[in-house]
Design a protein around this ligand. Structure first.
Ligand code: GDP
Length: 525
């Protein structure tokens, strides 16, 4: 194995998907502490404490500036190099959140034991499922009373349509939570107040009852034994290929706040999760250990300093070795450029770097050179990894320049900000501009930036619509447009999109037009 292959093999690049408050920040923090990347818990949290109540730009900037560094976090554990990509989930939920999932090799899904599968988790899960990447489940907050484990498995299977395979199983819950039993390695990990890791290896499985008799009541023990038996006999069998293709999810239990179950989770995860895999490109399959360097831009973030127009483009490395100062070619334009000031991100800082490997994320200084989905290669003979899909927004507004004389600036600003990818821009048949966003905060950001960066004051008219779908066939769009009850618009690539007020009107439409194929994202369109 050469040096490049060794570096690839030890890389794990993932994102955490969850509904707000399930414990993503807490888990991230504990992982970083474990990896020695931050010394005390609280470093990640503090940025969340800066949640802003208003859309005040300075606050926004502060928040965005900080989240530049925390949008990718790298640390080492047991010889592995781990990249965690942040998926903004509160007010800052946006298309970036979805797109980040295109740049990872696996995901960790956190579920609150009391709440089960929640809406935002479902949305993010679907994106991962479409990519067929491995999904690892961490059921959190076992220190509180939650739903029964079997009920949670059933819910995950029914709602998300993925098979579950519990690697460990909780012993009690809430007040009577004692720890977890590792079904694969036959170990008990004891839960204690001291937050020390106490693991007891069992000889035979039968020993479990003898040991637990001393610590849990008869009822809990009987339930546990019955459930474990049920899982062994009627539950799914572990199948590595199914995990790899995202059809089965290994499930872990723990309590992030008390750091319980996290090292165990991480160790299993590192063994099971894939290192960077080959990716399909316009020039065929690109293997990470190809000598030629390649990567793609999945996110562009504006500079926190409004007097500088520059931005940071986030590049996911797909093949070869990245070196500071290397010359690359942009597939979209064929232009050549030198990657002079590459940055890499750590828990609470960003640093200039000299080299990086497939799976890593590099921040590139951008003066408007890149677009989301761009591929760069170190050879003149470029290829691309395909455009990143767009995801259906849930909030819509009509916008126009207050001053009609500013129309040129308006169009320029709209198209440039749309390229950054936080908003989608649609045209109605009457040449009106409609913005679509995944999180409403993006409207405020848009209005502010149009004013600050393009000198255009906007009139913004919020629309009651909530659902957008791409229309798979253009012929269908033509036919639908003829009926003025349908709001059929086009996205920036001129693909037809239909916008509905709510799910009810969507279902009504689908009943009336069963043959019209609608899509959640522009994947492969
Ligand atoms: P995020 O919104 O998903 O990032 O969630 P946070 O990590 O901020 O957690 C949301 C709330 O749940 C916070 O008040 C945490 O302290 C709390 N929390 C996180 N993990 C646990 C846990 O294991 N047990 C309990 N009881 N609370 C937790």
């Amino acid at each position: 194995m050469n040096h490049l292959q060794q570096e690839i093999r030890r890389r794990r690049t993932f994102a955490i998907i969850s509904h707000p408050d399930a414990g993503k920040t807490t888990l991230t923090e504990k992982l970083l502490v474990l990896g020695g990347a931050i010394r005390t818990a609280g470093a990640v949290k503090s940025r969340k404490a800066e949640k802003f109540a208003t859309s005040d730009w300075m606050e926004l900037e502060k928040k965005r500036g900080i989240s530049v560094t925390s949008s990718v976090m790298q640390f080492e554990y047991a010889g592995y190099k781990i990249n965690i990509l942040d998926t903004p989930g509160h007010q800052d939920f946006s298309e970036d959140t979805y797109r980040t999932l295109m740049a990872v090799d696996s995901v960790v899904m956190i579920i609150d034991a009391a709440k089960g599968v929640e809406p935002q988790t479902i949305k993010l899960f679907k994106v991962c499922r479409d990519r067929g990447i491995p999904i690892f489940t961490f059921i959190n907050k076992l220190d509180r009373q939650g739903k029964e484990p079997l009920e949670l498995f059933e819910e995950i299977e029914d709602v998300l349509g993925i098979e579950t395979y519990p690697i460990n199983y909780p012993i009690g819950m809430g007040q009577s939570f004692r720890g977890v039993y590792d079904r694969v390695e036959h170990k008990i990990e004891w839960y204690n107040d001291k937050r020390e890791r106490q693991v007891q290896q069992l000889g035979e499985v039968e020993e479990l009852g003898d040991i637990l008799k001393k610590t849990v009541d008869d009822y809990t023990l009987r339930q546990l034994e019955e459930n474990l038996l049920l899982l062994d006999e009627a539950g799914s069998t572990f199948d590595f290929e199914s995990v790899e293709s995202g059809k089965q999810t290994p499930v872990f239990f723990g309590s992030a706040i008390s750091s319980f179950g996290i090292p165990t989770f991480l160790e299993h995860y590192l063994k099971m999760a894939p290192d960077p895999q080959p990716r399909q490109s316009s020039g065929g399959l690109v293997s990470p250990d190809d000598d030629g360097f390649s990567g793609f831009i999945f996110k562009i973030q504006a500079n926190m300093n409004p007097s500088h127009r520059d931005r940071i483009a986030f590049l996911r490395i797909c093949s070869g070795r990245f070196e500071k100062g290397m010359t690359v070619y942009l597939d979209r334009t064929g232009k050549q450029l030198k990657l002079a000031q590459p940055q890499q991100f750590f828990a609470d800082s960003r640093e200039l770097i000299d080299e990086a490997y497939p799976g890593d994320i590099v921040g590139l200084y951008d003066t408007g050179f890149y677009q989301i989905g761009d591929t760069v290669c170190d050879s003149r003979d470029t290829f691309n990894f395909g455009a990143l899909p767009q995801f259906a927004p849930e909030h819509f507004a009509k916008v126009r320049a207050k001053n009609a004389m500013k129309q040129k600036h308006f169009l320029k600003g709209v198209s440039q900000l749309a390229q950054e990818g936080a908003i989608q821009v649609y045209k109605t048949p009457f040449e009106e501009t409609i913005l679509g966003v995944v999180g409403t905060l993006q409207f405020d950001v848009f209005v502010y930036r149009m004013q600050a960066e393009y000198g255009v004051d906007l009139d913004i008219e919020h629309m009651p619509h909530q659902v957008a779908k791409w229309i798979a066939k253009r012929e269908d769009a033509e036919a639908l447009r003829r009926n003025s009850n349908n709001l059929v618009v086009t996205d920036y690539k001129d693909r037809p999109v239909i916008i509905f007020e709510n799910d009810f009107s969507l279902r009504w439409f689908q009943q009336k037009h069963p043959d019209v194929e609608l899509r959640d994202s522009s994947h492969n369109m």
